[in-house]
Design a protein around this ligand. Sequence first.
Ligand code: GTP
Ligand code: MG
Length: 231
Amino acid sequence: RSWQPASSADNDSSGSGPITVDDVRALREQFLDFMLGYKFAIEEITTKINILREDFNSTHEYNPIEHVRSRLKTPESVLEKVRRKKYPMNLASIRDNILDIAGVRVVCSFRSDITEIRNMLVGQEDITLLEERDYITHRKPTGYQSLHLIVSIPVFRSQGTEHTPVEIQIRTIAMDFWASLEHKIYYKYRGEVPANLQTDLTRAADVATQLDEQMEALHRQVEHTAHPRPA
Ligand code: GTP
Ligand code: MG
């Protein structure tokens, strides 16, 4: 798929000439249809995660997923990123370069849940792992921690199959808490966070890591203890 001039009958056949209202309308339709594929991809991934959650709950009597959120990048934000990264401004280029139009965030209780959920998703036959960034083993300098996967999933549409990328962020509650606060601060200062605040944020990230480690250890202890049932 690519941007193509609208093929209305009275159009200049050379494709040059001024852009007409019909051309703009056709481009807009194409773009909205393109974006719809990403909405469907989010629905596919969300369904998969919900199935895992319910299945895990029923077979292990344990729920590793605290909550799931998703977001579809707005058309404005897609175009802004294309401009910022200086990618060619056409649909084929957007499809190949912007891999986070569809985003799903999975928040887990414990660190070990992250790997477990990652493996359960990546192991599925219709999911292809395109990219993986482990910001947990390699925390970002800001303090940001999360496991990022870019996966491709087939979306079966009326016109055919579209293999669509989805960015999946998997993190613990503590990592998520930190990231949401940092995000607010980052926006408040328009990306120029004062050094002392940045230092405090990095310290808070250390505390989040410690909390995750302690919770993981507690979780293990409980798992390895026989549970006496009330008589
Ligand atoms: P983008 O151009 O922003 O997509 O960056 P990228 O392609 O290099 O991807 P990266 O893995 O760095 O980040 C993707 C997403 O992770 C962002 O859109 C945020 O949701 C999240 N993220 C990455 N770094 C940070 C951070 O330092 N703080 C917070 N709060 N979120 C972050
Ligand atoms: Mg990205």
